[in-house]
Write a protein of this length. Structure first.
Lengths: 260, 259
């Protein structure tokens, strides 16, 4: 890239970006920083490096290990529900399945967009009101949010698939459901599995935060420990969360590599 | 695909996977005490919630546009901060410039750990360390962006053309000069595009950060929910939706021009 090649357009774009950044940076209240003290931060880090190992497993069902299992359970069930329900949504919203009625596909996509738009935390708050606090509210929150996410991705894959095998089947007289089960499903199955696994990873991450609003999992004890400034407890919980997420990422990553 | 690979010849494999999945789902239902009947038995709760939720109090917009703007400012500042730190780390995370495997491994491990911490937990932790306020939100977004973007950038750096690097090295450029003049120009467009992508993600994420005290519109969302003012909640959510859609559209348009 030679300097002379830079057009005025790029200069203007850079200037606008710089102006936006400066405006944003100047508009933030930094007064909160005044209360920050180095000795307090030192205390935090000292606590974080001394995890309370006894809390990892004490057999009471309220320890890190069982809560992590619960978190994984929430994420798994949520993703399973979302995958099952995203399939019919995909059937509605894929434009190449509704060639004669494009309006139907638009409705399906709109449903996905609306479901996706709310943050998981908001769903969690709503479902805690509906079914009471507990892990099941978290399952529903993750499930409903991920229907939108998976529905959108499933639809994109369906619309982007190669139509050759479908056309070949239609040429010998296959109907809609025959082409669907014998040409489309075999082609899309590995991709959909991979997407679902990827969203299971994402769900584990969000399930560990949903406890903040009372939707079960490891989030609630963590927030209590932070508020009580019990840093050695925070440390063991964070360690557990990081390890779990890391493990699940590795396992699903390996499975997804095999699917490709 | 051979005939032997089709479902008809591998049915036992499929059956095995289905069985494992069913066991997993069963144990997950047991652990989370899932009770799907409960959802339908509490429909009246839902309808009472929805009836208030669907009557948004639009006059409240006048009060929330300022925190909304603040949320956007927070995401912009946090994203820029995060990317600014991500670029040098991304260079260290590839062997192309440093030619040192150990540095790469250490840096990648560090980035992996940063990435695994969920957003909201990071915010809660930083609120406890730094204190309640907008700046904590900025810090959270910066750390989160740092983890996400550094991975994207080092993956981009790994795919560049090696010609300019060899050219620069052959006339005696040192490592920093090679990085700035032969590698950076090749990935600059991608960095800009990733920054915009990160901004989209962050605007979505920053709307809930206020829930743990990290400033912005989330604080309003939290207080309206606590006061059971669902008419206000729906206005806040609507506002978030509109902003997310606008930011998504803008950044997608710019990104398409960049590529």
């Amino acid at each position: 890239m030679i300097k002379q090649n830079r057009s005025y357009k790029k200069l203007i774009l850079t200037a606008v970006a710089a102006a936006v950044i400066l405006y944003s940076a100047a508009g933030i209240d930094y007064s909160g920083l005044a209360s920050f003290s180095l000795s307090m931060a030192g205390d935090v880090f000292r606590g974080l490096f001394h995890p309370q190992w006894s809390y990892f497993y004490d057999g009471s069902g309220e320890d890190v290990f069982s809560l992590l299992l619960l978190t994984i359970g929430i994420a798994f069930l949520g993703t399973a529900i979302a995958t099952l329900l995203a399939l019919p949504i995909m059937l509605i919203s894929a434009a190449n399945l509704w060639k004669s009625r494009p309006a139907v596909a638009k409705i399906g996509k709109f449903i996905c967009n609306v479901l996706r738009a709310f943050p998981e935390l908001v769903y969690a708050i709503i479902f805690v009101k509906m079914v009471g606090p507990g892990p099941f509210a978290g399952v529903l929150a993750i499930g409903v949010h991920q229907i939108g996410m998976l529905g959108k991705l499933f639809t994109e894959e369906m619309e982007g698939m190669e139509e050759q095998s479908v056309e070949a089947m239609q040429a010998v007289g296959a109907g809609f459901w025959q082409t669907f089960f014998y040409a489309r499903v075999p082609q899309l199955m590995p991709i959909y599995t991979s997407l679902s696994l990827n969203h299971f990873e994402i769900a584990v991450r969000s399930a560990s935060t949903l406890g903040l609003v009372g939707a079960g999992g490891i989030g609630a004890p963590l927030i209590f420990a932070i508020q009580a400034r019990n840093w050695d407890k925070v440390s063991i919980i964070l360690l557990g969360v990081i390890l779990t997420v890391f493990l699940i990422d590795t396992v699903t990553g390996a499975i997804r590599k095999k699917l490709r | 695909m051979k005939l032997k690979d089709t479902v008809h010849f591998q049915w036992y494999k499929t059956l095995f996977i289905v069985c494992i999945l069913l066991v997993c789902i069963g144990s997950a239902v047991h652990v989370t005490e899932a009770d799907f009947v409960e959802v339908f038995s509490n429909v009246d709760q839902m309808t009472s919630f929805m009836s208030r939720f669907l009557k948004p109090d639009f006059t409240y917009i006048l009060k929330i546009w300022e925190p909304m703007l603040l949320t956007i400012k927070m995401s912009v500042t946090g994203t820029v901060l995060g990317v600014a730190f991500a670029v040098p780390f991304a260079f260290l995370a590839t062997t192309i410039v440093t030619k040192n495997r150990i540095v790469t491994m250490v840096i990648r491990f560090f980035l992996d750990i940063i990435r695994t911490i969920p957003n909201l937990l990071l915010a809660a932790l930083l609120v406890a360390i730094v204190g309640i306020g907008e700046f904590t939100g900025v810090l959270t977004i910066a750390v989160f962006t740092f983890g996400m973007v550094s991975q994207l950038i080092y993956e981009a750096i790994e795919t560049i053309d090696y010609g300019p690097i060899e050219a620069a090295e052959s006339i005696g450029a040192n490592k920093i000069q090679t990085a700035v003049w032969s590698v950076l120009p090749q990935v600059l467009n991608q960095i800009a595009s990733y920054t915009l992508y990160a901004l989209e993600v962050n605007v979505r994420a920053s709307t809930v950060l206020g829930y743990v005290g990290a400033g912005g519109i989330g604080v309003i969302l939290n207080s309206s929910l606590a006061l059971l003012r669902y008419d206000r909640v729906s206005v806040v959510i609507l506002m978030i939706l509109i902003v997310v859609v606008i930011v998504d559209g803008l950044s997608e348009a710019i990104r398409r021009r960049l590529s």
